[in-house]
Ligand binder design. Structure first.
Ligand SMILES: *Cc1c(COP(=O)(O)O)cnc(C)c1O
Length: 239
């Protein structure tokens, strides 16, 4: 095994252990929590090593980086998640490789994803990114729909050809009433998910939790955690 592969294997084992322990504490089954490894800023070679180590879900946040990486890894049995803020002019590229988009936050993006997915003959799972730094009104600084806009946006996704409503996603907010309270933020996301599933039982994905706060996310019912640095090491810069 190369040094890098051994390092990734050890990091993965630590993260899986953290998830397993958080599940025990929460009385949940580890199989109900899916690990998505966020490979942004890392080369395709790392993605290949992760696949060899059994990772099946990877995520990226910028199309410019993700498109060539996904193409270089097209032979691998991977599900690709797009988790970054998404401009409509990138949508046509993203729907070629992404199976899920976690950052759906506005009607214009739904329309763009729908027509691009149709053109490519694909069906994309859409998660509504919820901005918990505001309870109503426009999206927050890092994107996302306010909680009171979730129902309307969900209906637009559900009615859009080429898309299906997969669930909800959030990033622990840095400002507003949930700043510094990731557990409370993820519990709020759980309530929003419960409301969504009452209308659409298939929309059962709850994407929450990163390297620093995955335990809080598992405790609050996350079905998908998005882990970057705890698996791949610290990223240069602040992304
Ligand atoms: C980078 C990123 C992650 C992973 O963050 P880490 O702190 O490295 O685990 C998760 N979600 C999103 C949306 C990201 O951009």
């Amino acid at each position: 095994m190369t040094d890098r592969k051994a390092e990734l294997a050890a990091n993965l084992a630590r993260v899986e252990e953290r998830i397993a322990r958080a599940c025990v504490t929460a009385g949940r089954e580890p199989k109900d929590v899916t690990l998505i490894v966020v490979t942004k800023t890392r080369p395709a070679g790392d993605v290949r090593l992760l696949a060899e180590l059994g990772v099946r879900h990877v995520a990226e946040n910028r199309d410019q980086e993700a498109a060539p990486k996904a193409a270089a890894c097209a032979d691998l049995p991977l599900t690709w998640h797009f988790v970054g803020q998404l401009q409509t002019n990138k949508v046509r590229s993203v729907v070629r490789y992404a199976d899920f988009v976690h950052s759906v936050d506005r009607p214009r993006l739904v329309a763009a994803l729908s027509s691009a997915a149709e053109r490519e003959g694909r069906r994309i799972g859409c998660l509504l990114q919820v901005a918990l730094d505001r309870e109503s009104g426009a999206a927050g600084g890092r994107g996302g729909v306010a909680p009171d806009g979730v129902g309307e946006l969900a209906a637009e996704v559900a009615a859009a050809p080429g898309l299906w409503l997969a669930g909800v996603m959030t990033v622990a907010p840095l400002s507003g009433p949930y700043a510094g309270r990731p557990r409370a933020a993820f519990e709020r996301l759980g309530e929003i998910s419960t409301g969504l599933r009452a209308n659409d039982p298939a929309a059962n994905m709850v994407s929450a939790g990163m390297s620093a706060d995955l335990e809080h996310a598992v405790a609050a019912g996350a079905t998908h955690v998005r882990i970057g640095s705890a698996v791949l090491g610290d990223r240069p810069g602040l992304r």
